[in-house]
Design a protein around this ligand. Structure first.
Ligand code: PMP
Length: 412
């Protein structure tokens, strides 16, 4: 076999389908978020990032940066091993204690990313439950889908946020063990799960619940513990999963729950056992970020102001903004080429960076620019964004109307 030719043909196929990814090389500058330098083909350019998942700018917060630097200076750069083999340092235990407290749970377990938390958490829990049926929301993130696959258990997909469908599937499952996996804020549409209804059904049909709050922790609830906290539901959910890489601005992921469940995952999950622990500096930075956002409301409030201002400006400009109640503001383009072109024009002509979101991340025909305003996007930046998007829409002949805030994006 000509191996190189084979790989080349797979890349050609991606390019033909307009799915080949090109990454912009950026340099973020602490203290200047959301401004950054883009390493453009014509040299460095000052740009504004509108699609970051460092949602609250905590990656540049002095308390977080100081914790990282000071810890690296005192403990060294790496963890030194897996958790089992010398890698369980004090900073990671402090982080797990902080996370358990955040969610009001008995215990928490930290992984190297949110992705790994889902992969390891879901697969291990389902594998440990004999004959478990996994019920997975249709829009779950790839990390959850991989967790479900790796479990090797039976699975059924329930229509996105459809409680009646979930109930039908639960009723059909009988008395076997059941694990319901879902998100709170869905990352690409920005809509929110009916968590209370899911908990009601889980209790009625004796199922376990596993929620991904990756796009909610830090940002919702009085202490930033997520949507379940905001709705007073944390104690009705068995496992809460989150990331330290988005609103908390660092790196890593975790699950929190009853000590017995967390200990079982700790003791059985290959994705936890056979990999090096997070460095102490990152653990300390994440702990500082969580501790800050537990008490400070300023970042959450600032984000909500920026989200409302952005949404209002874009809707007033006639752009097709999907209706959401969260900080995720998707503007639908509906075509992969046009979406890429819109993104390129915004960056090249206006210094505005919004990565296009195409299939398979979202269904074909719903390609979009996913805008994530944060506390550092002020009104001047919002106005600049709206003006630039209108110009780009006009250049590309994309529809601009007196569109209301609409959710008219079909999924099937
Ligand atoms: N869950 C969801 C819903 C996500 O969107 C993501 C990342 N985009 C993850 C999990 C993975 O989190 P991390 O980036 O920390 O690996």
């Amino acid at each position: 076999m000509d191996y190189l030719a084979h790989f080349e043909s797979t890349l050609h196929a991606l390019k033909d389908e307009r799915r080949y990814r090109v990454f912009a090389t950026l340099e973020r500058q602490a203290g200047r978020f959301p401004r950054a330098t883009w390493n453009s083909p014509h040299g460095p350019r000052d740009i504004v990032i509108w699609c970051s998942n460092d949602y609250l700018g905590m990656g540049q917060h002095p308390a977080v940066v100081d914790a990282m630097c000071e810890t690296a200076r005192t403990t060294g750069a790496g963890a030194g091993g897996t958790r089992n083999i010398s890698g369980t340092h004090r900073a990671i235990i402090a982080l797990e204690d902080e996370l358990a407290d955040l969610h009001g749970k008995e215990a928490a377990l930290v992984f190297t990313s949110g992705y790994v938390s889902n992969l390891a958490g879901i697969s291990t829990i389902a594998k440990l439950l004999p004959n478990c049926l996994i019920l997975s929301d249709a829009l779950n993130h790839n990390s959850m889908i991989e967790g479900v696959r790796t479990a090797g258990r039976d699975k059924v997909i329930w229509r996105h946020n459809d409680l009646a469908h979930l109930e039908e599937l639960l009723a059909r499952a009988g008395s076997r063990p059941k694990l319901i996996v879902f998100e709170s804020v869905y990352s690409m549409d920005g809509d929110v799960a009916p968590i209370a209804g899911i908990c009601d059904l889980a209790e009625r049909y004796n199922a376990m619940t596993y929620i991904d709050e990756v796009h909610a922790v830090g940002m919702y609830g009085p202490r930033g513990a997520g949507i379940a906290e905001r709705e007073g539901l944390m104690d009705r959910i068995d496992v809460i999963e989150g990331t330290l890489a988005k609103a908390y601005g660092t790196l890593g992921g975790y699950i929190a729950g009853k000590r017995m469940v967390i200990d079982a995952v700790r003791s059985h999950a290959p994705g936890f056992i056979f990999t090096t622990a997070l460095p102490p500096a990152i653990a300390a930075a994440a702990t500082a970020s969580i501790a800050h956002l537990k008490v400070s409301q300023a970042e959450r409030a600032g984000q909500q102001v920026a989200v409302s201002a952005t949404r209002e400006a874009l809707v007033a400009a006639g752009l097709q903004v999907m209706a959401t109640d969260t900080h995720i503001v998707p503007v639908v383009v509906g075509d992969p080429d046009l979406c890429k072109q819109a993104s390129d024009l915004l960056l090249e002509q206006y210094g505005i960076y919004i990565q296009p979101i195409n299939y398979p991340t979202v269904p074909r025909g719903t390609e979009r620019l996913r805008i994530t305003p944060g506390p550092f996007h002020d009104q001047a930046l919002v106005d600049e964004l709206a003006r630039a998007m209108v110009s780009v829409w006009q250049i590309l002949g994309l529809p601009l109307g007196d569109s209301a805030d609409t959710n008219a994006v079909p999924y099937n």
